[in-house]
Design a protein around this ligand. Structure first.
Ligand SMILES: Cc1cc2nc3c(=O)[nH]c(=O)nc-3n(C[C@H](O)[C@H](O)[C@H](O)COP(=O)(O)O)c2cc1C
Length: 205
């Protein structure tokens, strides 16, 4: 428990009130739903057969459109994929790391019109992460499948493969596909003891 003292060492009423207020804030912060979600978030790679409800789908559609964009360019577009055959095709977009799409009930391809903003990677990343966190808050699991910079084969990029598969017009870049569904098993959040606070620097590296 934190005790605050006056400079002369006396714990006056005023200081005690401040202390109570501080403790209340800390308690409230610790109870924050957002912090709880961030503490329990994990990447989920295997999903059950359970379908995603329409209400959940609608929320995902709404929040993805609320993601902030640089200079409010709104250059991102989102393709919601729930056709099983298409999901299986997308699971082949790269030799490793796309397997979550095999069991996903839904996938959201996050793309952007590169001509509209130099910050298309940042904008798309925020949208993908918002999707990842919202899925978690809805009791769904999800996994970011990286597309940009990955290879389908020696001759074709994963981006080209996804553009072909989803009929994406020229000029659009595909950052990622978020695979979504109900998790096959529970995954614990990363333990506090594993966090490397040495990576946090004060006033300079
Ligand atoms: C930019 C980015 C790309 C990622 N690409 C993939 C991917 O292609 N396939 C995959 O299974 N996981 C992918 N992940 C998930 C990471 O592997 C995962 O976040 C990391 O291993 C930490 O695990 P956690 O998310 O459960 O804490 C990606 C994550 C990020 C942020």
């Amino acid at each position: 428990m934190l005790i605050l003292f006056n400079t002369d060492g006396r714990n006056t009423k005023k200081v005690a009130r401040k202390q109570a207020f501080f403790l209340l804030c800390t308690k409230q912060l610790n109870k924050s739903e957002m912090i709880d979600l961030l503490r329990t978030r994990r990447s989920i790679r295997k999903f059950t057969e359970q379908s995603i409800e329409t209400d959940q789908l609608n929320i995902l559609k709404e929040v993805i459109l609320r993601a902030p964009t640089s200079k409010n360019s709104n250059a991102c577009e989102f393709i919601f994929i729930d056709e099983p055959e298409l999901l299986q095709k997308l699971a082949l977009c790269k030799p490793h790391g796309a397997a979550p799409l095999q069991t996903a009930k839904l996938a959201i391809a996050v793309l952007a019109d590169e001509s509209k903003t130099v910050a298309w990677i940042e904008d798309s990343s925020i949208a993908a992460f918002v999707t990842h966190m919202t899925a978690h808050s809805l009791g769904l699991g999800s996994c970011w499948i990286q597309i940009r910079g990955r290879e389908y084969s020696d001759l074709k990029t994963s981006e080209a493969y996804v553009c072909e598969t989803l009929h994406i017009p020229e000029g659009f870049r595909v950052l990622s596909i978020v695979a979504i569904g109900y998790a096959q098993r529970t995954h614990e959040g990363k333990p506090f003891s594993e966090l490397n606070f040495g990576k946090i620097h004060a006033n300079g590296f």
